[in-house]
Design a protein around this ligand. Structure first.
Ligand SMILES: NC(=O)c1ccc[n+]([C@@H]2O[C@H](COP(=O)([O-])OP(=O)(O)OC[C@H]3O[C@@H](n4cnc5c(N)ncnc54)[C@H](O)[C@@H]3O)[C@@H](O)[C@H]2O)c1
Length: 426
């Protein structure tokens, strides 16, 4: 179990120069995180701390990893999805001496092998996207929580849901900060990031015309709202399926049609699941679909579209273009599945634009720093899922506005007093 800091496994080190250029490009679009890098590279607050990360290896993630390293941390990283690693970026990180275990197209067994490798250097902090790293520690190495892990952060909705369930059961062995639930993450990354990059993924895998198509979005939460908004902008007729009455109602007031998936399956040309729940599209839906229907998922796991059902209904399948498999069903119709039912924006495109990850990863950096700062002063959050401080959201948003050359008004002392003044009426 000895840690060798220069250890890595990536697809091809020869891609490192290309990866380094991609990372440079992302750095030029992430001013908030770069400002944090500049500030903390001088103080090195993470010196002596080891961070294990399990999060999509994209050019933006590389900017975060390099920021941790410049702020003094030792880092070991794996991807959080078998299809989301950018091999050039992974190689660039490996070339810089960062311990990284990630390549595009790995098997599920290799995925967990990579996580285990990142745990070999006994991390003090974990950084997750989907909680696979935290679950691996809890299930396979529960003693790590007592021995050296002081806390963790979680990037996505699905991970936060499960961690809150763990905490409610008293099963969470160390504190976790829910980065996903920060306003400057959930209301930006999930909405505008997923909105744009999901369409980017569908376009790269299909190059279809959106205008005039019936596009079915399952789930009108943060991600679904973004996908619907951007698809509408391209001229699609957006249909929403939901299980939550208020979310469905909001969708109708945004001008979308709302119906159950049993109806939407008959009329949809393009399907996008964005629910975080399994079995949203199953056998009976595939049986109803039009010839040529395109099916994709942008939720965290590849269980929203039931691939076993699709496989059973198909008499043959072939890859018709990258990230696009044509399934010929026994009823003679064709259904096209994108990115093997995995996150279409990361598998078929590049994930969210750097500008939006700037805020998500500023939240990651500051949340990890919060855990370390508390530890240095002999304190620790309780073993629960914690929100980020409200001031952190406002500070990140203010800095982001500043980088866009935008200023805003400030409340006067009189206005602040007025807000809380319960003695004044009309
Ligand atoms: N693609 C990406 O890069 C990306 C980015 C952020 C989050 N995510 C993932 O996307 C998923 C959704 O995240 P979110 O932040 O939008 O969550 P959210 O909680 O804001 O929204 C999910 C919505 O789905 C609805 N829903 C649940 N089950 C449903 C069903 N069977 N049919 C129809 N609707 C259903 C819920 O009522 C809710 O309104 C999660 O898995 C999350 O981890 C992906």
């Amino acid at each position: 179990m000895d840690h060798k800091p220069d250890k890595y496994k990536v697809a091809d080190l020869k891609l490192a120069a290309e990866g380094a250029r991609l990372v440079e490009w992302a750095e030029s679009r992430m001013p908030v995180l770069m400002a944090l890098r500049k500030k903390y590279s001088k103080i090195k607050p993470f010196k002596g701390y080891r961070i294990a990360g399990c999060l999509h290896v994209t050019k933006e993630t590389a900017v975060l990893v390099k920021t941790f390293v410049e702020a003094g941390a030792e880092v070991s990283w794996s991807g959080c999805n078998p299809l989301s690693t950018n091999d050039a970026v992974a190689s660039a990180l490996a070339k810089e001496g960062i311990s990284i275990f990630a390549w595009h197209g790995m098997s599920v067994k290799e995925f967990y092998w990579c996580i285990e490798e990142t745990l070999r250097f006994k991390p003090n902090l974990t950084l997750d996207d989907g909680a696979d790293l935290i679950f691996t520690i809890h299930n396979r190495h529960p003693e790590f929580a007592q021995q050296f892990v002081i806390g963790g952060t979680e990037e996505t909705t699905t991970g936060v849901h499960r961690l809150r369930a763990m905490a409610a059961d008293g099963a969470l062995k160390y504190p976790v900060i829910a980065v996903n639930d920060a306003e400057t993450k959930w209301d930006f990354d999930n909405v505008y990031g997923t909105g744009q990059s999901t369409l980017d993924g569908i376009l790269r895998a299909t190059s279809v015309l959106f205008a005039g198509k019936n596009l079915v979005v399952a789930g009108f939460g943060h991600c679904g709202r973004g996908v619907a908004m951007r698809a509408k902008g391209l001229g699609a007729n957006v249909i929403i399926t939901e299980v939550k009455p208020t979310a469905a109602l909001k969708a109708t007031l945004e001008g979308y049609r709302v119906m159950p998936m049993d109806e939407a399956a008959r009329v949809g040309d393009i399907f996008v699941t964005a629910t975080g729940v399994k079995d949203v599209i199953v056998k009976r839906h595939f049986e109803l679909m039009k010839d040529g229907a395109i099916v994709s998922n942008t939720g965290h796991y590849d269980c929203e579209v039931n691939l076993v059902d699709l496989g059973k209904l198909a008499k043959s399948k072939r890859e018709i273009r990258p990230n696009n498999e044509e399934y010929t069903l026994k009823n003679g119709r064709k259904v096209f599945l994108l990115a093997q039912g995995r996150l279409v924006n990361l598998a078929a495109a590049e994930g969210h634009p750097s500008e939006v990850m700037d805020m998500s990863f500023a939240n990651q950096f500051l949340s990890q720093l919060r855990i370390v700062s508390l530890h240095r002063s002999g304190k620790r959050l309780e073993n629960a899922v914690h929100d980020i401080p409200a001031e952190q959201d406002q500070e990140i948003a203010l800095v982001k506005l500043g980088t866009q050359g935008l200023a805003i008004d400030r409340l006067t002392a009189e206005q602040k007093k007025y807000i809380d003044d319960y003695s004044s009426g009309t």
